[in-house]
Write a protein that binds this ligand. Structure first.
Ligand code: NAD
Length: 334
């Protein structure tokens, strides 16, 4: 169901249907941590919606799920307004998407740009606040503006530094809480034994484990963390994303060892090709792609962001082995 070439009425009907489906899947995924379709299938629905909204701009609305981040925070938690919106990322599925991203970036920057490539950790995003070097507040991304306060739960994660190696006055960082593959397998095995519903994947297991009202349950779930962004900082300065990652590691944060500076988009494409399915499978945690970011942080403010995602970064999603064949069936079934 490509969509382009439909008449406006048919396109409107399909857009409305897609929005309804996507909202329902968002709720199941972000609020209940229990998705009923695969991420590939979800991405296909979203790509179809985006393509229709591009082909029929009159159908665009600011509340479309294509324009929004994540899901509503759960009411059982205290809600925290983030000092800076925690955005999502735009997706690239092939070389063409990455070349187009690079062209847009260079057009806006007016000069060649260097990139950093990172692993896209398949977990859930959190914002961590440190005052005078002490961890004081932790929140989930939620809908990007408002998240859930989960400080006590985050404190149970052994990888999370409670005190920085340098007592900076103020620091907010963004990272990803994830569940290692072995912990996920063990958790689901125990749940199966106990007759409890299984988690669909390590990401949903991590989200379900962090978003517990009782931190003792979180503590029992073997969660871990990678930190990848400086959101707010006083008492020091960082000029590049690669420098920020090194700085975060010096402060004592767990930073993913894979980070590569690429002088241009051709080098990015080479690096992307080097990620074989075997290499990905050899990691002890799941990654669902790579994140390509402009290295120069001064350019980030020049490039800015849309409502959903920054213009200075792109998520390259690994191709799925055989996911798309089921998409039509799912659409008909829901
Ligand atoms: P995303 O997962 O596609 O990408 C953005 C996220 O990547 C960020 O929020 C951040 O948390 C994470 N990330 C990991 N490593 C990073 C790094 N090094 N640098 C920057 N960010 C990094 O976007 P999303 O908005 O979190 O969620 C969309 C995803 O959720 C899609 O994969 C989609 O398939 C899935 N989803 C699935 C369903 C379903 O029903 N199956 C429903 C909703 C969403």
């Amino acid at each position: 169901s490509g969509g382009i070439g439909m008449d406006l009425a048919a396109a409107r009907q399909r857009v409305e249907e897609l929005r309804r489906l996507i909202e329902e899947h968002n709720y199941r995924y972000y609020v209940l941590d229990q998705p009923s379709i695969s991420d590939r299938e979800y991405d296909a629905l979203m790509q179809e919606l985006i393509a229709l909204e591009e082909a029929y701009p009159e159908l665009r609305t600011p509340d479309s799920p294509s324009q929004r981040v994540g899901g509503a925070p759960r009411e059982e938690f205290n809600q925290v307004r983030h000092p800076q919106v925690l955005l999502s990322l735009n997706d690239a599925f092939n070389e063409g998407d990455l070349l187009e991203f690079d062209r847009r970036v260079r057009d806006l920057a007016g000069r060649p740009v260097e990139y950093v490539i990172e692993a896209k950790i398949d977990g859930l995003a959190v914002a961590l606040t440190y005052r005078d070097g002490l961890f004081t507040l932790g929140a989930t991304r939620g809908d990007g503006q408002v998240g859930e306060e989960v400080t006590a739960n985050l404190k149970t994660i052994p990888a999370l530094p409670l005190r920085l190696r340098r007592p900076l006055p103020f620091l907010v960082v963004r990272g990803e809480v994830y569940m290692p593959k072995v912990a996920f397998t063990a958790l689901n095995a125990a749940r199966e034994e106990a007759g409890e519903p299984l988690f669909a994947n390590p990401r949903n297991a991590a989200a379900g484990s962090l978003r517990q009202l009782d931190p003792k349950i979180t503590a029992s779930r073997s969660l871990s963390l990678f930190v990848y962004q400086v959101i707010s900082l006083t008492g020091a300065e960082v000029a590049t994303q690669a420098g920020a990652l090194d700085f975060l590691a010096e402060l004592g944060f767990p930073v993913n060892p894979y980070r590569v500076v690429a002088p241009d988009i051709q080098a990015v494409l080479e690096e992307v090709k080097a990620w074989t399915p075997e290499r990905r499978a050899s990691l002890p945690y799941e990654i669902d792609g790579l994140v390509i970011k402009v290295n120069d942080l001064a350019l980030h403010s020049v490039l800015g962001a849309t409502a959903k995602a920054p213009r200075w970064a792109m998520a390259y999603k690994f191709p799925a082995e055989q996911a798309t064949a089921r998409v039509e069936g799912i659409i008909l079934r829901v």
